[in-house]
Design a protein around this ligand. Sequence first.
Ligand SMILES: NC(=O)CC[C@H](N)C(=O)O
Length: 401
Amino acid sequence: MTGWEQSPATALLILADGTRLEGRGIGAVGHSAGEICFNTAMTGYQEILTDPSYAGQIVTFTFPHIGNVGANDEDIETVNMAALSGVRGVVLKADITNPSNYRSLERLDAWLKKRNIVGITGIDTRALTALIRQSGLPDGVIAHAPDCQFDEASINAELKAFPGLVGLDLAREVTTAQTYHWDQTGWKLGEGYGTLENSEFHIVAVDFGAKRNILRCLADQGAKVTVVPASASAADILSHNPDGIFLSNGPGDPAATGQYAVPTIKTLLDTGKPMFGICLGHQLLGLALGGSTTKMHQGHHGANHPVKDLTTGKVEITSMNHGFAVEKASLPPGITETHVSLFDGSNAGLSVEGKPVFSVQYHPEASPGPRDSHYLFTRFLNYVRAQKGMDQKPEYVAPAA
Ligand SMILES: NC(=O)CC[C@H](N)C(=O)O
C-alpha cells in the first residue's frame, strides 16, 4: 500500500449501478453527473475537455498521464467562452504533475478549477474502460470534497436527476446566442470578432456546439464564415446569402435536436446550395434525408480510428467523438454511404447523389497527428467554387508515411 491509499478519499466516482470508486479530487469542488465515456487519445486533452460535443458527459482517459503539458489559451475548442461549455467531469489514473511544455500557462488542475470542471484521479481507468466496453456507457457522478465530507444525499440526488443522453437536446445549451462573423486573423481569446474582408465565398455555419478549429479550417479555404445559432430558421440562414451551408458538431441526441433542426435542413436542401456536416451535423443531415439515428453501445472517442472511404478505397486515420450513429440501413435510395468505421462497420459518411451535399461522422478538423481527412474542407469549397463557375483546387493529400 502506498501512502495515499491509506488516506481518506477526497473524491468519489459513483456509477448508476451503485459501483463506488474512491480517489483524489482535482479541479472544482462539488459534484457533477453525466454519461461516462472513455477516450483513447494520447494527446489533445485540452481540446477534448473544451469540445462542446462533450456537454453532458464525463470523460475517462485511457492514457494514464494527463496534464503533463499543462494548459494554455490556444488549445481551447470552445468558441462560446461565456458558456464554458464542455465536459461534466474528468476521470484520470495518475495524479497531475507539474507541466513541462513551453506553451503551458498553468497546471491542468488549476485550469480545471477555473473552468468549474470536477475531476478525480487515482482511478483504475483500465478497469473502468473494460466495464464500459462490457456494459455500455453508464451514467455516473463525480464528487470532490477536500475535507472528505461528502453530502451523500445531494450526490445521489444529482445522479438520479441526470436524465441520460437519449432524448436530450444539448445543442441549445452550447450554441452561440448571437450571430457573428468568424475572423481568422483578428480573432483573439476574450476579444471580439470581425469580418474577413476580401474572402471569395461566404459560408454560414450552423452552430450546434462548433469547435473552433472547424471555423479555422473553413476560413483557411478562403471563406468568410458567419456563425448562426442552432435554432436559426432557414429564412435566417438564407438571409445571409450563403454560398454554402455548414452543419457543425455538437452534444446530445441528434433526434432531439432534430426536432427543430431537421425541418430547417430540409428547406435548405431544397435550395441546392452546397452543404457539409460534421458529426452531429452529419447525424442531423442523415435525419433530414429520411434516415434514422441510434445510440451506440460504447461510442467512438479517440484519435486513431480507421475509416474507409468507400469511393476511393483509401483508409483515413481519424479523430472520433460520438455516441450516436446514423443507421446505414435507414438511408433511403439516392443517399450513398461514403465512409465506414473499420472498427465496427458503423456509418461514417454519406453523400446525396447528384447534389453537392455530404457529411462525415468523424472530425476532419482535428489534428492529433494525422491530417488525412482535411481534404473534405477542400471538397466542400470546391462544390462552392463549381457553383460560382470558379476553378477547383486539388484536394489535400496527406503526405506518405
Ligand atoms: N462530436 C459530435 O458532434 C457528437 C454528436 C452526438 N452528440 C453524438 O454523441 O453522437
